[in-house]
Design a protein around this ligand. Structure first.
Ligand SMILES: NC(=O)C1=CN([C@@H]2O[C@H](COP(=O)(O)OP(=O)(O)OC[C@H]3O[C@@H](n4cnc5c(N)ncnc54)[C@H](O)[C@@H]3O)[C@@H](O)[C@H]2O)C=CC1
Ligand SMILES: O=C(CO)COP(=O)(O)O
Length: 344
């Protein structure tokens, strides 16, 4: 069924998802924070800053008014950075349709509370929203999605009906949408892979090879799963699109902001320089901070995250980080073989 959909956030991901929805025939209102960019999208059907190569469908109409964007819309899709989620929800709460289907495509935790995005959304809107809330995640760079390159993603929700509705809205010949009821696992996997992508970029920036990258991905997945399972995720989610799928794409793609930021750090640039040069959100930086705190709170061993925290926030060099990881004591690969020593 053709729907009126509001997409909140016109960075690369919001713009690409607006394009998918519009090509599926939906009428899309795109909320753009910056009024000048809203005019540009309406007049030129382009978003020069975030997706310069793409021409956008004409059934995307941009507005810088959050009220105009969401009022009366049966479906709202949020694609803002994690640090903006709470404030955006607060600002749009009064205008939302009480029966709205809410999707979010944000990969991160709220740093201050260490909460997942769906928890932040439920706190700001209402606890009942969880029956109409779904997360969209999986290996999907905006730059490829917007030019209709084959892509697979996953939607997760506590409500089967919401999950199926989200799948119907988004799915097409080039954008294949799977469902997975493990909302907790889907959100955690999508957020934590960005930490490992920073590490993979650093490894490449240091000039290390494929062996180091494979080690980071595999041991990264081990610690992502360890924390995720402790926080209530289903183990198999980490073997799926939201887990290993997204880990592969983010650690190996030239499109990845996290990989690119890591690469520059590996070459010896300072974090502030790197973030300034990126000009786009690098979720892995805040997520490293959040995961470091979560790992301490939950007493879960996350050696790669710990080392990256040292590099990002404590002045350790990338090379020292590698030495630290390679110099750790002997241990089992599979912690279930020795659960007492749950080490990586
Ligand atoms: N770019 C991609 O290919 C993908 C991104 N994501 C996730 O989507 C989310 C958004 O990422 P991108 O679109 O890539 O970011 P981006 O850096 O391309 O754009 C960020 C957007 O958020 C807006 N924004 C920044 N601060 C804000 C604030 N305080 N309040 C409201 N809006 C604010 C900016 O104006 C911009 O429109 C992130 O969580 C990211 O991990 C997920 C999958 C793919
Ligand atoms: O989540 C993503 C791809 O699935 C996007 O990753 P980056 O933010 O590193 O570009």
């Amino acid at each position: 069924m053709i729907q009126n959909v509001a997409v909140i956030g016109a960075g690369s991901w919001g713009t690409a998802l607006a394009s998918v929805l519009a090509k599926n025939g939906h009428q899309v209102t795109l909320w753009v924070r910056d009024a000048q960019l809203a005019d540009e999208v309406n007049q030129t059907h382009r978003n020069q800053k975030y997706l310069p190569e793409a021409t956008l469908p004409v059934n995307i109409v941009a507005t810088s008014s959050l009220e105009k964007a969401v009022a009366g819309k049966p479906v709202v899709l949020l694609a803002v950075p994690s640090h903006a989620m709470r404030q955006v929800c607060q600002s749009m709460a009064a205008y939302l349709d009480p029966e709205v289907l809410l999707l979010h495509a944000t990969k991160g935790f709220e740093l201050e509370s260490l909460k997942r995005m769906s928890e932040v959304i439920a706190e700001e809107l209402s606890p009942q929203i969880t029956s109409r809330l779904a997360v969209l995640t999986g290996p999907s760079h905006a730059e490829e999605v917007v030019c209709e390159q084959p892509t697979t993603v996953v939607v997760s929700s506590e409500s089967e009906e919401s999950m199926l509705r989200a799948q119907d809205l988004l799915m097409n010949q080039n954008f294949r949408v799977y469902t997975n009821p493990d909302l907790v696992g889907a959100e955690i996997a999508g957020a934590l892979k960005n930490i490992i992508a920073l590490g993979a970029g650093m490894s490449d920036g240091l000039g290390y090879g494929d062996n180091a990258k494979a080690a980071l991905l595999t041991r990264g997945l081990a610690e992502i799963s360890r924390l995720g399972i402790k926080l209530g995720a289903m183990p198999l989610t980490f073997a799926g699109l939201a887990g290993v799928g997204d880990l592969i794409v983010t650690c190996t793609s030239k499109h990845s902001r996290n990989w690119r930021a890591g690469y520059m750090l590996g070459q010896g640039k300072r974090l502030d320089e790197v973030l300034e040069q990126m000009g786009m959100v690098v979720e892995g930086v805040r997520t490293t901070h959040a995961a470091y705190a979560l790992a301490r709170r939950e007493q879960v061993d996350m050696p790669i995250t710990q080392v990256l925290y040292g590099i990002l926030f404590e002045g350790k060099t990338a090379r020292q980080g590698v030495e630290e990881l390679m110099g750790r004591g002997k241990t089992f690969e599979m912690s279930y073989l020795n659960p007492e020593a749950d080490r990586s």
